[in-house]
Write a protein that binds this ligand. Structure first.
Ligand SMILES: N[C@@H](CCC(=O)N[C@@H](CS)C(=O)NCC(=O)O)C(=O)O
Length: 359
């Protein structure tokens, strides 16, 4: 190892699994293949000779087919308590350094407290990039060993009646990602800890924290296997992003805040909805819906033949609009929009993610 190397990282995780199982996930081919790469990557090859002085080698592959191989030598194997091994990348484009990984496995509350130290980095940038990589890999380790799967690492914080929370839940369900739903209202301390503007939803994946629904679902789309939430060709993907942005910027405020919420939280005289505000919003919604109708063109959904992110953003909003006094009449003149909405409303992801019905 390079003597001038001084940078190191330490990460810990509690895993609801016995120490032996966690230890074996580091030193068996099957175990390593299940987790030892960041989310969004896979391990096509791993070889292991788990004895002191024995070698291991791991090849990681990104979705776009790029491969990265690391390997090293076991220095210490004390199952199920301690493990240490060297770590070096192969290939001329990879950092030329041999580093050391030490892992301890302690029993706690019927599970395992894992502490990993990776030392010997020649600079902070390499140390930080490895911290990110290991942090994401350890999320996968937890998912694999905990009976709850990814619901052990992925938590969505939000308020089920909120349209954005509904959209985020739909995206997670479409992708087939198990998650824990933590109910939290906007501007509460739990939300403010993750979202500096206090809005819902926010997502935590291990120690990775994300706010803004489109960023959350972008992350979910790239980090997990499962059907794509965005179109795969450049033009349609740009179109999908365009409509997500347009819905957020030009439709949500009008349809939800200035219309639906006027009924749900009336602020007019005698606790009734403010008629003037509602009338003005209805007029404006009537002017904007033709833009949305036109957007479908010959497509069944906003960015192509299949529902993608913009459809998951707009459906909860239009579902609320549809339920208000003027809603049916407002949507009536727009057959393409109604057909797309109905198709999304019929998806299991939409129904499973819907806010609980009152009464
Ligand atoms: N741009 C945010 C918007 C989130 C948002 O506005 N959420 C609403 C609930 S649907 C909220 O938190 N409202 C509380 C507030 O505005 O104070 C996103 O995409 O996540």
């Amino acid at each position: 190892m390079n003597r001038s190397a001084t940078f190191e990282l330490t990460l810990s995780r509690f895993i609801r699994a016995p120490r032996e199982k966690v230890f074996d996930a580091f030193v068996t081919e099957k175990g390593i293949k299940a987790w030892m790469c960041p989310r969004g990557m896979g391990i096509p090859q791993a070889s292991v000779d788990a004895r002191v002085g024995g070698k291991y080698r791991v090849t990681m592959r990104s979705r776009d087919g790029e491969s990265f191989t690391a390997g090293g030598i076991y220095r210490e194997l004390e199952r199920p308590k301690r493990l240490s091994y060297t770590w070096a990348w192969e290939g001329k484009d990879m950092p030329n350094m041999e580093t050391l990984i030490s892992v301890s496995f302690a029993e706690r509350d019927g599970g395992t407290e894992l502490t990993m130290t990776h030392s010997g980095f020649p600079d902070q940038a390499l140390c930080d990039s490895h911290r990110q990589g290991w942090s994401s890999s350890l999320n996968k380790l937890v998912d694999t060993l905990d009976a709850r799967g990814s619901a052990a690492t992925v938590t969505l914080l939000g308020a089920p009646p909120s349209t954005y929370t509904w959209t985020a839940r739909m995206g997670l369900a479409e992708k087939g990602v198990k998650y824990t739903m933590q109910e939290a209202a906007p501007h509460t301390p739990e939300i403010l800890a993750l979202h500096p503007f206090g809005r819902v939803p926010a997502l935590r994946d291990g120690d990775i924290e994300i706010f803004e629904t489109s960023a959350i679902l972008r992350y979910v789309d790239e980090a997990f296997d499962g059907p794509h939430l965005l179109p795969q060709n450049i033009r349609d993907r740009a179109r999908a992003e365009q409509w997500v942005s347009a819905i957020n910027s030009y439709l949500y405020e009008l349809m939800v805040r200035r219309y639906v919420l006027q009924y749900i939280f009336p602020k007019g005289k005698d606790g009734k909805p403010d008629r003037a505000v509602i009338d003005a919003s209805v007029k404006e919604i009537g002017e904007r819906l033709p833009i949305l109708e036109k957007a479908y063109g010959e497509r069944a959904f906003l960015a192509g033949a299949n529902p993608t992110l913009p459809d998951f953003f707009v459906a909860p909003i239009l579902t609320y609009v549809e339920k208000m006094a003027e809603g049916k009449q407002l949507l009536e003149p727009f057959p393409k929009l109604r057909a797309a909405l109905k198709a999304v409303q019929e998806r299991p992801s939409f129904r499973e993610s819907a806010p609980p019905q009152k009464g």
